[in-house]
Design a protein around this ligand. Sequence first.
Ligand SMILES: Cc1cc2nc3c(=O)[nH]c(=O)nc-3n(C[C@H](O)[C@H](O)[C@H](O)COP(=O)(O)OP(=O)(O)OC[C@H]3O[C@@H](n4cnc5c(N)ncnc54)[C@H](O)[C@@H]3O)c2cc1C
Length: 397
Amino acid sequence: MTAADHLSWPFFAPHHAELATTLDAWAAEHVASVHTGDADADCRALVRLLGAHGWLAHAVAGREFGGAGEAIDTRSICLIRETLAAHNGLADFAFAMQGLGSGAISLDGTSAQRARYLPRVARGEAIAAFALSEPDSGSDVAAMQCAARAEGDEYVLNGEKTWISNGGIADFYVVFARTGEALGARGISAFIVDADTPGLSIAERIDVIAPHPLARLRFTECRVPATQRIGAAGTGFKLAMRTLDVFRTSVAAAALGFARRAMAEARARVTSRRMFGGVLADFQLTQATLATMAMQIDSAALHTYRAAWQRDSGRTVTAEAAMAKYVATEGAQRVIDAAVQLWGGMGVVHDVPVERLYREIRALRIYEGASEVQQLIIARELLKTHAASRPPHASDA
Ligand SMILES: Cc1cc2nc3c(=O)[nH]c(=O)nc-3n(C[C@H](O)[C@H](O)[C@H](O)COP(=O)(O)OP(=O)(O)OC[C@H]3O[C@@H](n4cnc5c(N)ncnc54)[C@H](O)[C@@H]3O)c2cc1C
């Protein structure tokens, strides 16, 4: 049983296996060592590197605009994230944010918007960011307050966005703001805001347990041409959810990559750590831990690639993507914790691989929908389906 066994699963075409294998070798050589402790500089360097070597082409749609294909291929994105995450969490972050930050443009941008932004994103020349969350609207996205007022052929943005990955180093932000066509979710639109637009400022840089560029943004009478709106007015919420539908599954893939790396580190340690006249792997308690870790990893992989394959087949994946994110991120947290335990005291030394993974996995259970939100989505879809297919003899009790 090896980490690459899943590439022969029926979810994949032969080119997927080739992509993962080639990237794995490339990443071992190029990204494993990009880790200077300056997250901004590392992230910029990784975006340029991933762009220069063609990997970011998979993060955008449309060959004409530098994309690897006409549409985003979820399985490729997931395999790339899984592979990069196993080598370097920041490399995975850099790749993912180019996709998430430009995803709304790929999905619903005009030709002019795509031509202006996507080729630079694909080449690693422009850094993208996705600005949805606000201080008072995280899980409850539709409660957002940031507003965009229409004035002639411009929109004027006022308000704040927070927890914005790439905040402070991005060249442009896809910002979701209330335009007021209706109450709640139907009154939100999406805009592309260049980082140097007057009225957009970085209110705060945020330091988190696994450092990466993160900031709170402030918009003060920030004017953007109406041509920077993505899609029709009032469709921003739907567009944000469509973007998240692609990338939520890829968060599961990143968690899977972290878990696989933790397993590799655990195996190396238990087969070499000498104790009680043998090695740690000789004991059945250790073997039970490894078996549980292996089952959690395979469950995560099956859920992740089922959802990715299903989306690439053109089917709805709302429940499947939520299941993948829940199973993979919660499972990876347990796998990594077990790996730290197997490493003993060495496992909590700052910056050894399992300690880094322990910090890196934590936020994945919160962002792009916390685990509890995924549970609600799964239950809602289940009850919807149940109501539609209720057999006549089902009990009302
Ligand atoms: C490292 C990091 C990077 C991020 N990057 C971005 C980004 O690039 N762009 C962006 O827009 N946002 C980003 N976010 C924001 C992220 O999406 C939000 O943090 C997330 O949606 C949760 O919102 P919140 O932090 O406001 O928590 P809250 O909404 O306050 O939720 C707190 C907790 O309440 C629980 N909860 C929520 N809803 C329910 C419920 N209905 N029932 C029971 N329990 C519930 C969950 O456990 C949740 O963790 C990022 C966050 C982090 C930590």
